[in-house]
Design a protein around this ligand. Sequence first.
Ligand code: ATP
Ligand code: MG
Length: 226
Amino acid sequence: MSDVLVLDNVSKSYPSPDGGRLQILSGVSLRVREGEIVSIQGRSGSGKSTLLYAAALLSDIDDGRICILGKDASSMSERDREAIRRDGIGFVFQSSLLLSDFTALENVAMPLLIQGKDRKSAYEKAERMLSLLDLSDRAGHRPDSLSGGERQRTAIARALSSSPRLIFADEPTGSLDEKSAEIVEKMLLSAARSTGAALIYVTHNPDFASRADRSLHLSEGKLSDV
Ligand SMILES: Nc1ncnc2c1ncn2[C@@H]1O[C@H](COP(=O)(O)OP(=O)(O)OP(=O)(O)O)[C@@H](O)[C@H]1O
Ligand SMILES: [Mg+2]
């Protein structure tokens, strides 16, 4: 099986208010295989979101190499990066960032319409994804009339709708109560398994983390096995 994501010695720092640099990632290496599920834990501020955003080509790195779906990010044009983000990657954020004027179904269909799919097939696919996340009876609801858990499940359906081979989820259940979190966790894992997408997720919950194929820990700018 091939690697869908390779990070090789990735480093990233931010400017600090005193004029220096704050080193967040200092040589992170990671290989994720097709369909593999990987969890990342680490204390608040350790750089988990920074790592996910960099790996998903949503931010730049200082040093090292990122390969996504067999392509080296450093040799991609901005157009290539956009195409990979649109067609190859799904991202689930801690708060769902759904479009408030659109229904759950429209939110899930949106990435497909942006991809240029025709309306009929986009909406059919969106209906299938909502059904996979057990949301068929909420398809017509706008985000403000969905529960927190339903919003996160809609966000997961949206991230999966374009059939990405790689999904990132940054504390997808961080804003939910324990019961809703458990439902969303189960559904995220089963949706990834059933679509065959690789999944890399960040969580503070050790039980949720342990359900991945592989659990990693980020500390002092480096990843290690749990
Ligand atoms: N744009 C930025 N400029 C400067 N510092 C930043 C910036 N973004 C993040 N940081 C700092 O980088 C560190 C890592 O942030 P990051 O959001 O990656 O942590 P995290 O592990 O995801 O934490 P949490 O579990 O709280 O979400 C933090 O100390 C944060 O203050
Ligand atoms: Mg974070």
